[in-house]
Design a protein around this ligand. Structure first.
Ligand SMILES: C[S@@+](CC[C@H](N)C(=O)[O-])C[C@H]1O[C@@H](n2cnc3c(N)ncnc32)[C@H](O)[C@@H]1O
Length: 268
């Protein structure tokens, strides 16, 4: 776990030392993201959560990180980190880059150049159903994850992946229905609910189930998994649960504090 500007860490790493990278960088939204850590069940402030229920909370710290670079600056920022990530991946390693509609199309072209278009494996759609529904367009309810391999040999543990229910279990027979089916490249998963135990108060926190699926599929026990934009440390939690080693970097002290606390509470 390192509190640092990630480029300075990436530049110090030797070639081909990491098995799997998942990153969820700023999305190029043009906004300043406010990071407010809250603790629920205490304090005098109230919020409404799922089903209109209200709960009390206290702000334990507030930070912001800037996601307001102009497009050229953002693409340069992302591109130079992707080049380094490609360098530090082992020959059998792979990268999952988590973005959304703002910049995923640019990132795809950059990754084709850096990794080679033939090393593109999947664009995974993470579909969720949360928040408001504008009345003038289809509600935007998905993120995009681009998966690229370093070489022609990559890890995909098809038998280790969690299985999901069939849509029409009656059509496949009881045995298959009980086993479930492999997820496709569209993953329906809820965001981290505001009142769940998993919730840290870090606004951009991703569900640990999402990252666990990636780590199970694309690494082996004992492998080194890295997240150079670790935020609340979701990759560390998933890696620890799945017996992988991890390297986590963030330049926000609040992110590292939360990550540390989460990992300490995670049984070995
Ligand atoms: C979208 S959040 C990641 C959230 C994380 N996936 C989670 O589940 O909590 C992006 C993170 O990148 C960090 N960050 C942005 N630029 C950075 C940089 N140049 N070096 C290190 N961390 C950076 C921010 O502080 C923020 O915590």
């Amino acid at each position: 776990m390192i509190l640092a500007e990630n480029m300075s860490i990436l530049r110090q790493l030797p070639d081909a030392c990491i098995d799997l990278v998942y990153i969820d960088p700023p999305f190029g939204t043009g906004q300043v993201r406010r990071l407010q850590a809250i603790r629920t069940g205490v304090g005098t402030k109230t919020r409404s959560g799922f089903g209109g229920r209200t709960y009390t909370f206290d702000v334990i710290s507030a930070h912001e990180y800037r996601d307001d670079m102009d497009l050229d600056e953002y693409l340069e920022f992302l591109g130079e980190r992707l080049v380094e990530i490609h360098r530090v991946l082992r020959p059998t390693g792979s990268l999952y880059l988590h973005l959304d509609f703002h910049t995923v199309h640019y990132a795809r072209l950059m990754l084709d150049e850096i990794f080679g278009a033939d090393h593109f494996l999947n664009e995974i759609i993470w579909a969720y159903d949360y928040g408001g529904r504008p009345q003038d367009r289809w509600p935007r309810k998905h993120d995009n994850m681009l998966w690229y391999a370093k070489s022609d040999r990559w890890v995909f543990n098809v038998d280790g992946i969690d299985r999901i229910p069939y849509m029409a279990p009656g059509l496949v027979g009881p045995e298959k229905a009980a086993r479930g089916k492999l997820p496709t490249d569209v993953w329906w998963m809820t965001i981290v609910p505001t009142n769940s135990r998993e919730r840290t108060g870090y606004p951009t926190q991703k569900p640990v189930g999402l990252v666990e699926r990636i780590i199970r599929a694309s690494s082996n026990p004992g492998d080194l998994v890295a997240d150079f934009f670790c935020g609340s440390g979701t990759v560390g939690v998933a890696a620890k649960r799945l017996n992988r080693r991890f390297l986590l970097v963030d330049n926000n002290s609040e992110a590292i504090r939360i990550t540390n606390e989460r990992l300490e509470n995670e049984p070995c």
